[in-house]
Design a protein. Sequence first.
Length: 218
Amino acid sequence: MQAKAKKIIFIAVLIVGCIITSLISTNDKEKTLPVSSLLQSAQGAVTSKTAQVKTVRVQVSGAVLEPGIYDVPASCRVEEAIAAAGGMTENADSERVNLVRKVRDGMQIRVPVQKVTRTSRTQRKKAQAKSDLGESALGKSGGAKAGPGRNNSMMQIVRINSASVSELQQLPGIGPALAQRIVKTRNSGRFTSADDLLRVPGIGKAKLAKLRDYVEVD
C-alpha cells in the first residue's frame, strides 16, 4: 500500500509540474508578442520616413527666372519644380507645359517662350513703317532727325541702386521680370558701376551697351 501511495503522489506532482510549465510558457509568449509587434512598427516607421525624404534631380530650363539643376521630392509635380527655379518669366508659354505631370530622376523640364503670331508681326511692321514715314517727313521739312542723340535727351537717367521696379522698366529692353532680377541682384551686393549689371541673369554685353547711356550708379 505504501508503494501505491507513493506512486499516486509522484503522478500528482508530475501533473502539477506540467501545468505550471505550461502556464509559464504561455505567459512568456504573451510577453514576447508585443515586443515583436513594436519592432515591426518601428521598422515600418523608418521605411516610411525614408520614402518621404527621397529626392530626384531634374533640370529646369527655358523661360524660367533661375534655370538650373534642382533636387526636388520624388513625389512632386512639374509645377513645383518650376517654382523651385523661380517661376516662369513673363513671356513663358504655360499652355505648352504639363504642370501636373510627376517628375522623375534625370528629367529635363523646358518651359517654351510664347510664339509671335503672324498678326503680331504684321502689326509691328505697320507700326515700324509709320514710324519711318514720320521720321522721313520730319527730315524733309527741316525738323530734327530722329537718332540716338534725340532719344537720349528724351529719356530720364535711372539710378540703378535706388530705382523701383517700375522705374527700372523705363529702361530700353527691361520688362517686369528683368527689373525684378535687377533688384534681387543689387540686394545681394550694390552696383558700383554700370558694368555690374552683367551680374544680372538675362543682361549680356549687347543689352548693357544699350543701357549704359541711361543708367548711373548712386
